[in-house]
Design a protein around this ligand. Structure first.
Ligand code: NAI
Ligand code: MG
Length: 351
């Protein structure tokens, strides 16, 4: 491949992963950009072919690629396998190996989808926020264990920890993101109770000195959960740790109509990213052509913007999704009867 032609790894996975990723690929192809694509098996599809959910060749491609477009993994036929062989280990392994520490999850409502939201239309209409979630630390990766304690009771523990460098680098992503948007950053923690959160807050305040144009506020996570459903329009950019970000971003997804609408980017320190819809492999609808491909298509748009320097193309893709929805084309999760392919066709037509 030519040195200047970016290499995109297509890791479609299993379940609805291949169905929605195919539509994202068609949209990328239609843009006429100079891109090279290479596909590899991952998750249940890789397990069936080679006995491992994240084969060495797949990891190698992910490392070589300039960006990764990921579908979904979670084949229920693999549910009885030991943990290390389950499809979900592939995405956890990729995030860890690629050191993608910054997870960006934009949530906004597309025109006309207010009726699909669980919130009142006038509340839903105002949603346009990004959650910046730390992805490589926190209680997920701290020391954990089980034991029988002195009282003879079974006990479990998971250590919550962050060091200041880990907080600083995600805080910077939060400030940079807010600076490019409406200039408002809300740092979410539990500093009234947790020492880890107190450090988090101290470091975020230090980093704020470098971003005088961004208005910084702090919010406890329990209050943030409430505000997200009470008045989500008040949020611009949220920066938070791995655990709080996991919970708040799932909550935010429901406010905008369907999990099939939400893309994400997981970025490393050098601007390389893994792009994926936030949904899983949806075994209940896999293979039926019912899956909403918008989250996958919007993930491809994020890839164009954040890893490939193609902001104009990203804008075009997002506008095409908006236009297709405005024209009334909807998959079943949005209350319509369009197939995955028909939704992709409508986006292509709008492009
Ligand atoms: P899920 O996101 O796959 O599905 C939840 C519900 O949303 C289902 O009813 C599904 O039909 C629906 N849904 C999801 N995506 C949709 C789309 N694009 N269009 C229309 N409807 C959609 O979550 P679930 O059922 O908890 O997990 C299924 C499998 O996926 C599990 O094995 C889980 O571990 C895995 N998973 C994988 C993820 C990944 O690959 N990053 C993320 C989340 C779950
Ligand atoms: Mg989650």
């Amino acid at each position: 491949r030519c040195m200047s032609t970016p290499l995109i790894a297509i890791l479609a996975g299993d379940g609805i992963g291949p169905e929605v990723t195919a539509e994202a690929r068609r949209v990328l192809d239609a843009l006429g950009l100079d891109l090279t694509f290479e596909e590899a098996l991952v998750g249940g599809a890789a397990y069936r072919a080679s006995g491992h959910p994240l084969p060495a060749a797949t990891l190698d491609l992910a490392r070589r690629a300039d960006a990764i477009l990921f579908g979904a993994v979670g084949d229920p036929a693999c549910d009885t396998l030991e943990r290390a062989l389950r499809p979900e280990q592939a995405i956890l392994g990729l995030r860890k190996e690629l050191r993608t520490f910054a997870n960006l999850r934009p949530a906004r409502i597309f025109e006309g989808l207010e009726d699909a939201s669980t919130l009142k239309p006038e509340v839903a209409r105002a949603i346009d926020l990004v959650i910046v979630r730390e992805l490589n630390g926190d209680v997920y990766f701290g020391e954990k264990g089980r034991r029988t304690n002195a009282a003879g009771l079974r006990e479990g523990h998971d250590l919550m920890r962050y060091d200041e460098d880990e907080v600083r680098r995600i805080a910077r992503v939060g400030f940079e993101t807010a600076a490019k948007r409406r200039g408002k950053l809300c740092s979410v923690d539990k500093a009234n109770v947790l020492e880890t959160s107190q450090l988090w807050r101290d470091v975020v305040i230090e980093v704020a000195a470098d971003y005088p144009t961004v208005e910084l506020t702090h919010m406890y996570v329990d209050n943030a959960a409430m505000q997200l459903v009470r008045n989500p329009g008040a949020f611009d950019t949220i920066v938070t740790g791995n655990l709080f970000g996991d919970i708040l971003s799932d909550q935010a997804s429901m406010c905008v109509g369907s999990i099939g609408m939400l893309p994400s980017a997981s970025m490393d320190a050098g601007g390389k990213g893994l792009y994926e819809p936030i949904h899983g492999s949806a075994p209940d609808i896999a293979g039926q052509g019912k899956a909403n491909p918008c989250a996958a298509i919007l993930s491809a748009a994020m890839m164009l913007r954040h890893s490939l320097g193609q902001a104009a193309a990203a804008d075009r893709v997002e506008a095409a999704v908006a236009a297709a929805l405005r024209a009334g084309v909807r998959t079943p999760d949005l209350g319509g009867d369009a197939s995955t392919r028909a939704m992709g066709d409508a986006v292509l037509a709008a492009l």
